[in-house]
Design a protein around this ligand. Sequence first.
Ligand SMILES: Cc1cc2nc3c(=O)[nH]c(=O)nc-3n(C[C@H](O)[C@H](O)[C@H](O)COP(=O)(O)O)c2cc1C
Length: 194
Amino acid sequence: MKVLGIMGSPRIKGNTDLLLDEALKGAQSRQAEVEKIVVDKLKIAPCREYYGCLKDGNCVIRDDMDAIYPKLLAADAIIVASPIFFYTVSAQTMVFISRCQTFWARKYVLKNLDIPTRKGAFISVGATKGEKLFDGPKLTITYFFKAINAEYAEELLIRGVDQRGEIKEHPTALNDAFELGKRLVTSGSGRGNS
Ligand SMILES: Cc1cc2nc3c(=O)[nH]c(=O)nc-3n(C[C@H](O)[C@H](O)[C@H](O)COP(=O)(O)O)c2cc1C
């Protein structure tokens, strides 16, 4: 089983990064093959609405997304991890998501997104503690997952964590992330876990 982690924070070894690492370790502990993509390290342009994808399902922009599309297609589970920036996901995460309009075009327009439904998990962390902190990004990630044929199966949403690495002081978060990663593998997926 392949688990793909999308790391959407610009802060390496920051809170999102540490949580995602734990989740991937959890998946690995159940023999999953894991890969982490650090969006900020890649050259990925935002969607420019050229709409090449509406013709044949492929994006006409040539950049580091070229290598990520096949990984997204092959993954049995996908974890999106992002800090909260202005009550939504980071710009890095959103740029990556916007380029997945190709999947939306294949699924809803061309009707040829021929892959089984996979598991999707959302990991996020924000500094404040408001009740609505994750409302916006949860909607975004839900519809992102729908577009790539994934179900919103798991979430780990941590409030009140701000400084780089402060997540290590949280009483449960890192362990919760590890367990989330394990569950993604054990709870089954559209393929590879039968
Ligand atoms: C540009 C920017 C916008 C932010 N906006 C919010 C916000 O709207 N709500 C919030 O609770 N925290 C906000 N934060 C705080 C981060 O979510 C918080 O520091 C988080 O722990 C960063 O995670 P990281 O270490 O993975 O990057 C913001 C931080 C930055 C840099």
